[in-house]
Design a protein around this ligand. Sequence first.
Ligand SMILES: [Zn+2]
Length: 77
Amino acid sequence: MSDKIADLGARRARKRDAKPRKCPICGKPAVEATRPFCSERCRKIDLDRWRTETYRVPVVEADDDDAPAPTDQKDEP
Ligand SMILES: [Zn+2]
């Protein structure tokens, strides 16, 4: 019985020793305060990057001026 409990504790301890997350921006080990980033700076970089991608609107040039205007074609015999 006690062996089982000890094993559980050891397993938990092992889990806590797991590799710290790496900062997705620069690859350095993340810090608890700014997880999953290594620093406030990297956190901001990621935020800015995310925001830029979110607000980026695909530019579609309107070339419809030369396109023939839709006519009232009727397929009726
Ligand atoms: Zn970083």
